[in-house]
Design a protein around this ligand. Structure first.
Ligand code: ADP
Length: 493
């Protein structure tokens, strides 16, 4: 009988289920969007029931539409939006509050208080993270402090906390499994990434009872079973979305990195079994637990990447569709060196200046729309280089090639410029569903369907972009970018 693996890809705006055959080839995808809830400026919530019901719906629809026999499903893999926080009652299964989404800023003041208490170094040393409302810890505290009776129930051992993987597994196993994997645990800001246990001091500081926390397991592990039509299907692979993408891109060796070009860019570099702390404001995270060990990664993000292309489309109306940027950029003639620095909301890693603002440099009388479009595209590549430089410096290792995915990696001109400006080859895989692929791989490895070596061997590259630019040109262009960035700093008071 043909064997299948199904990956559940629970994202920020939609739930997806992806069917892989035993060769790791995608057979079908189902997807459903769900509501984004904005109760106040800066607050972002999801309904945990909707997260589960949409995820369940796409899973069962995928099986039924494709006439898959339940017995032929070897395993489920789960990958999820990270950090998003759910607390529920263990007896009733009822959430005590909506899921607080990673983007939610309501706990900024709790973070400020932690910083004022001098906890920044401790948090970095133990969790690898920078104190920020992004991570789960302060969201848990907020729910315990703000929802009537929540703290009392938590102290009585009645509540459970989970990131979205944990919530889905609780629901799929009908309350049998209260678990997570190392990659998700490392995003809570409560997990000691060296000792591999919940951090007592941080739990005390935030007054979070340890009884609400899930068990933490390797990313390839038998997490529990989903009973479907009388058949037990194991949940066998779990990783947070960016780590799953790193795994899906087969970045198995130290120095291998992937960059996802979406609205923002998410970059992760495998640093192996050593924990590397960043001096440039990047974060250290657990990549995955596998083969009896844990491997780490450095992570950095670009806030405005594809969003800058949307700005060309929606605010400047220079293009009708994002992909048209390639056509117009190709028409930009002359040696006109225009730079667009899309510091619309300040500068992130490695510059960290929230007072910077966007600017266009190098305008001359013959600068046209094509040049501005080209420079905006190039800004994605320059920002990626900024972060990769910081990563290489922090990790003390050289980038062994960049693997790419995400919507904007379809742009050939951008990918060629990326290879040129990095001086490193850029690989675009045939399957750019890296996130679901990573979760499927983990589940397939756990259930003996696949081995890491086969995954590497079977991986198909759609196109490799080789650097063609000479060194002096690369240095000159990058120096221009750095000069431009310098001049955007401290623009607003
Ligand atoms: P997200 O998951 O963040 O929504 P996607 O991976 O779907 O993002 O990528 C969409 C982003 O990529 C958008 O910001 C869009 O403007 C940009 N984009 C998509 N296609 C192209 C292209 N061919 N060239 C440049 N940018 C593109």
């Amino acid at each position: 009988m043909e064997k299948f693996i199904i990956a559940l890809d629970q994202g920020t705006t939609s739930s997806r289920a992806v069917l892989f055959n035993s060769s790791g080839v995608i057979q079908a995808i189902e997807q459903m969007e769900f509501r984004q809830i904005f109760p106040q400026p800066g607050w972002v919530e999801h309904d945990p029931h909707e997260i589960f019901s949409t995820q369940y719906e796409v899973l069962t629809r995928l099986i039924e539409k494709n006439k898959i026999d339940a017995a032929s499903i070897t395993a489920l893999g789960i990958t999820n939006q990270r950090e998003t926080t759910v607390l529920w009652n263990k007896k009733t299964g009822e959430p005590v509050y909506n899921a607080i989404v990673w983007q939610d800023k309501r706990t900024a003041s709790i973070c400020e208080a932690m910083k004022a208490k001098g906890l920044s170094d401790y948090v970095k040393q133990h969790t690898g993270l920078v104190i920020d409302s992004y991570f789960s810890a302060t969201k848990i505290k907020w729910i315990l402090d703000s929802v009537p009776q929540a703290r009392e129930q938590a102290n009585n051992g009645e509540l459970a906390f989970g990131t979205i993987d944990t919530w889905l597994m609780w629901k799929l196993t009908e309350g049998q499994s209260h678990v997570t994997d190392y990659s998700n645990a490392s995003r809570t800001m409560l997990f000691d990434i060296k000792k591999l246990m919940w951090d007592e001091r941080l739990l005390n500081e935030l007054d979070i009872p340890v009884s609400i926390l899930p068990l933490v397991k390797p990313s390839a592990h038998h997490f529990g079973n989903w009973n479907y039509k009388g058949i037990n299907i194991p949940i066998a692979g779990v990783a947070g979305d960016q780590q799953a993408a790193l795994f899906g891109q087969a970045c198995f060796l130290p120095g291998e990195a992937k960059n996802t070009y979406g609205t923002g860019c998410f970059m992760l570099m495998n640093t192996g079994t050593d924990i590397q702390y960043s001096k440039n404001g990047l974060i250290t995270t657990i990549a995955w637990g596998l083969d009896g060990k844990v491997e780490y990664a450095l992570e950095g993000s670009v806030f405005i990447a594809g969003a800058a292309i949307q700005w060309l489309r929606d605010s400047l109306h220079l293009i009708d569709q994002s992909k048209d940027s390639e056509y117009f950029a190709a028409k930009a003639l002359g040696s006109n060196e225009v730079y667009v620095v899309p510091a619309f909301a300040g500068l992130g890693a490695p510059y960290w200046d929230m007072y910077a603002r966007g600017a266009i440099f190098g305008l001359t009388r013959d600068t046209g729309k094509d040049h501005i479009i080209k420079a905006t595209l190039e800004s994605l590549a320059y920002q990626t280089k900024d972060i990769l430089n910081a990563m290489q410096e922090d990790a003390g290792m050289k980038l062994a090639g960049l693997k790419v995915d995400g919507g904007a990696c379809a742009n050939n001109m951008l990918m060629q410029f990326q290879a040129d400006i990095l001086g490193t080859e850029v690989q675009r895989p045939k399957v750019i569903e890296s996130t679901a692929q990573g979760a499927a791989y983990l589940a397939g490895i756990q259930t003996g369907l696949w081995k890491k070596e086969n995954i590497l061997k079977n991986r198909q590259i759609e196109k490799t972009f080789l650097p063609k630019m000479d060194d002096s040109q690369r240095k000159k262009l990058y120096a221009g970018w750095q000069k431009a960035v310098e001049r955007t700093k401290g623009w607003v008071d």
